[in-house]
Ligand binder design. Structure first.
Ligand code: HEC
Length: 119
C-alpha cells in the first residue's frame, strides 16, 4: 500500500479522498450478540479502570466520524483489530490512539471491533 500511495501527487490524494468521502457507508456485517454488546459498552463508556476513553467522544455517537476522526462503523473487523494492535505497539503512530489502545486486552479489542463492524 505504501509503495502505491507514495507515487500519488498531493492533488491526486485529495481527489481520491473526496471521492471516497462522498460514497455512502455500506451496512456492517453481523457478529455475536454478546461480543457486540460488550464492545458497545466499551465504545460508549470506555473502561475507566484501564484508563481507556470512550471512543464515541472522538469518533461520534454512531461511529460515523468527522473530518479529523475516521468513521469506524461498518469497517472490516480484522482491519479494525489490526489497527488497534498497531496503535498499541506504535507500529502505526498516533498519540491519541496509542493512549486509547495500549491498555486494551486482546478480547476487548475483538469485542469493540465486533461492535463497530456490525454497525
Ligand atoms: C481522543 C480522541 C480519540 C479517542 C477517544 C479514540 N480515538 Fe480512535 N482515532 C482517533 C484519531 C485522531 C484517529 C486517526 C489516527 C490516524 O490518523 O492515524 C483514530 C483512528 C482510529 C482507528 C483507525 C481507523 C482507520 O480507518 O484506520 C481505529 C480502529 C480507532 N481509532 C478505534 C478507536 C477505538 C476502538 C476507540 C475507543 C477504545 C478510540 N478509537 C478512541 C482519535 C480517537
Amino acid at each position: 500500500m505504501w509503495g502505491m500511495a507514495a507515487q500519488l501527487t498531493d492533488a491526486a490524494t485529495a481527489e481520491i479522498g473526496e471521492y471516497f468521502a462522498a460514497q455512502p457507508a455500506a451496512p456492517g456485517k453481523p457478529a455475536g450478540a454478546a461480543e457486540v454488546a460488550a464492545g458497545k459498552k466499551i465504545y460508549e463508556e470506555g473502561i475507566a479502570a484501564q484508563h481507556v476513553a470512550a471512543c464515541q467522544s472522538c469518533h461520534g455517537k454512531n461511529a460515523e466520524g468527522n473530518k479529523t476522526f475516521p468513521r469506524l462503523s461498518g469497517q472490516h473487523r480484522d482491519y479494525l483489530e489490526r489497527q488497534m494492535e498497531a496503535f498499541a505497539t506504535n507500529l502505526r503512530v498516533n498519540a491519541s490512539m496509542h493512549e486509547n489502545s495500549k491498555n486494551l486486552r486482546a478480547l476487548q479489542i475483538s469485542q469493540v471491533a465486533a461492535f463497530l463492524s456490525a454497525q
